[in-house]
Design a protein around this ligand. Structure first.
Ligand code: 4NP
Length: 165
């Protein structure tokens, strides 16, 4: 990668509460799309949580299992969002639910940073959900639903990033 690539790269940070279920799932789904479309030099994504409960842990085992059945590799370790770095590093901070949006609005340092915050489900084009529901305290169906929504939203996000919509 050279400096030109770095300048044109669009960087996206997916954010949920714990960074062990939804946002690492979004990262894995979007990375698979980046790879499939040969966009490694143009798009980069990462994930973080608004809370520190699980910092350093791998993604939830249920997420990893259901993800692997769909061909996704969830390899990230949980970290908490760092407002002093992440709003500078990532142009797009994409929250999984409305509470995440509120928490992010609270830690953004100014109006421009607040404009970097988006809601994941706003990129959906087949499904009509107003959040990616937190699956942590529920059963497997909740994890499957998370992936269904993420696959739709990531496809929509990619199209937006490529200015195809
Ligand atoms: P996530 O799910 O925000 O999608 O990573 C959760 C993970 C952990 C907890 C809540 C939600 N928790 O309360 O520990």
């Amino acid at each position: 990668m050279n400096y030109t690539d770095l300048n044109i790269m669009k960087k996206i940070l997916f954010v949920c509460l714990g960074n062990i279920c939804r946002s690492p799932g979004a990262e894995a789904v979007f990375n698979a799309l980046i790879k499939k479309n040969g966009l490694e030099g143009e798009l980069f994504c990462d994930s973080a949580g608004t809370a520190a409960y699980h910092v350093g842990e791998p993604a939830d085992a249920r997420m990893r299992l259901i993800g692997s059945k769909r061909g996704y590799d969830l390899t990230s370790r949980a970290r908490k969002i760092d407002p002093n770095r992440d709003f500078d590093q990532f142009q797009y901070i994409i929250a999984m639910d409305r509470q995440n949006v509120r928490d992010l609005m609270g830690i953004a340092r100014n109006k421009n940073e607040r404009k970097q915050i988006f809601l994941m489900t706003d990129f959906c084009f087949n499904k009509t959900y107003d959040s990616v529901p937190d699956p942590y305290f529920g059963g497997d169906a909740g994890f499957e639903l998370v992936f269904d929504i993420l696959e739709d939203a990531c496809e929509g996000l990619l199209r937006k990033m490529q200015n195809k919509v």
